[in-house]
Design a protein around this ligand. Structure first.
Ligand code: SAH
Length: 220
């Protein structure tokens, strides 16, 4: 166990969960995640390394799990559906708002050219840094400790918002390339739905609903 509370497992230990990931992939398929690329990425990323040791054996159940600081790692089905609907080909530059544990960033990094992820809670940012950059050696992920969209430089082909927005964050739209797509959970009655928007020149066009979810609030 290192000082950030993430223990470093040997590749052997990581492999003990391969069967659990296979079963998770079958459940994802039943829940509408059918993209082979997305399923392969989710079969590869060791979700158990993104949760505390006590939750390790629940890591491949299709549930969201606590990651501390009143935040949660999303349910695999939600991660799979969101990433699938971005239609990533491997060439995209993607922004994730809400690194949390880093799990979704890892799955995205398997499918895109580059992932930039921002997290407002410093302890989560630091822990994700250890997991993604030191333990797993992802070279195409950049992590920032910030809650301000204006701190993020450059533009993106896709934006994944991993927290529920009270209102549409205008600044985020300006970070989208033309043709870029954004997935963002918003409140609908007493629940939440994930909405997909696509930028066409100066316009942001609503495309579809990607499913229901239960996200923590986006702090704006
Ligand atoms: N994608 C994560 C789950 C994220 S939970 C995973 O795979 O584990 C949502 C995260 O968004 C929380 O950690 C919360 O602190 C963060 N968050 C909320 N508002 C934010 C903001 N404005 N900027 C950056 N992070 C934010």
């Amino acid at each position: 166990m290192d000082t950030n509370g993430v223990d470093i497992l040997s590749p052997d230990t990581i492999d003990n969960f391969a069967l659990a990931r296979e079963r998770m992939a079958q459940e994802l398929t039943r829940n509408g995640v059918t993209s082979v690329r997305v399923l392969n990425a989710m079969k590869k990323v060791p979700r158990h390394l993104f949760v505390s040791e006590a939750l390790r054996y629940s890591a491949y159940n299709d549930v969201s799990l606590p990651i501390g600081f009143s935040q949660t790692i999303s349910r695999p089905t939600t991660v799979g559906r969101m990433i699938q609907s971005l239609g990533l080909t491997g060439r995209e530059r993607v922004l994730e708002v809400g690194t949390g544990s880093g799990y979704q960033a890892a799955v995205t990094a398997e499918l895109a050219d580059r992932v930039v992820s921002m997290e407002r809670i410093e302890a989560l940012h630091r822990r994700a840094k250890v997991t993604l950059l030191m333990t797993m050696n992802y070279r195409n992920i950049e992590l920032y400790h910030t809650g301000a969209f204006s701190d993020i430089k450059g533009t993106f082909d896709a934006i994944l918002v991993a927290a529920c927005a009270p209102v549409m964050p205008e600044h985020l739209i300006s970070l989208l390339n033309n043709g870029g797509r954004m997935l963002i959970p918003v409140e609908k009655g007493n629940s939440q739905v994930i909405k997909k928007f696509v930028r066409h020149d100066e316009e942001i066009v609503y495309e579809e609903e990607v499913g229901e979810a239960q996200f923590v609030p986006l702090v704006m």
